[in-house]
Write a protein that binds this ligand. Sequence first.
Ligand SMILES: CC(C)(COP(=O)(O)OP(=O)(O)OC[C@H]1O[C@@H](n2cnc3c(N)ncnc32)[C@H](O)[C@@H]1OP(=O)(O)O)[C@@H](O)C(=O)NCCC(=O)NCCS
Length: 169
Amino acid sequence: MEAKTPKDSRTIMTDMVLPGETNPINNLFGGELLARMDRAAGISARRHSRRIVVTASVNHVAFNRAIPLGSVVTVDAKVSRAFKSSMEIYIDVWIEDRESGVKAKANEAIYTFVAVDETGRPVRVPELVPETELEIERFQGALRRKQLSLVLAGKMKPNDATELKALFE
Ligand SMILES: CC(C)(COP(=O)(O)OP(=O)(O)OC[C@H]1O[C@@H](n2cnc3c(N)ncnc32)[C@H](O)[C@@H]1OP(=O)(O)O)[C@@H](O)C(=O)NCCC(=O)NCCS
C-alpha cells in the first residue's frame, strides 16, 4: 500500500451556526460541534484509507472558546498518524470574524477511526508520512494517545503502555 501524507486526507468543512443548533445562551451546542467534527474526521479517514471507516473513540475534545449564533465555523481535519487498522485524526476548529474575515482557533479535538471490511472486521490502512513541523509533532504524540485511549477503554493493561509510561519517568 502506498504511503500517504496528511494533506491527502485534509478535509475542510465550513458552515454557519443556526438558531436550532445553539444552547440557551446562544452558543453552538457541544453535541452539534462533535457531530460536525465526526463527519469531517470520517471523511478524512476515508480519504486516507479508501475503506469503510467507523469512529472507535473520541480521544480528546477541548471546548476552549464559545461559538456564538451566526458564526461561520470551519472544521479542518487531517489524519495525524496511521497504525495497522486505526487512524488518529486531528481536528482544528476555526471561527471567522464577520468584519475582518480573520480566522481564530476556537477548539480542537482528536478522534480515532478504524477501517473495516463489509463485515465490520478491521483491515490494514496505508502508512502516514508527516511533512510539516506540526504534522511531525502530532505524529510523534499519537502512539501515547492511542495507548491512553486503550487503557481508558480497558483494552490495554497500564503496564503495557510503554510510550505513555515513559512520559512520567
Ligand atoms: C472500532 C472497532 C472496529 C474495533 O474493533 P476491535 O474488535 O476492538 O478490533 P481490534 O481490537 O482489532 O482493534 C482494531 C484497531 O482499533 C484500535 N482501537 C480499538 N479501540 C480503540 C480505542 N478505544 N481507542 C483507540 N484505538 C482503539 C486498536 O488499537 C486497533 O488498532 P490497530 O489495528 O491500528 O493497531 C469495533 O469496536 C467497532 O466496530 N466499534 C463500533 C464502531 C461504531 O459503530 N462507531 C460509531 C459509534 S455510534
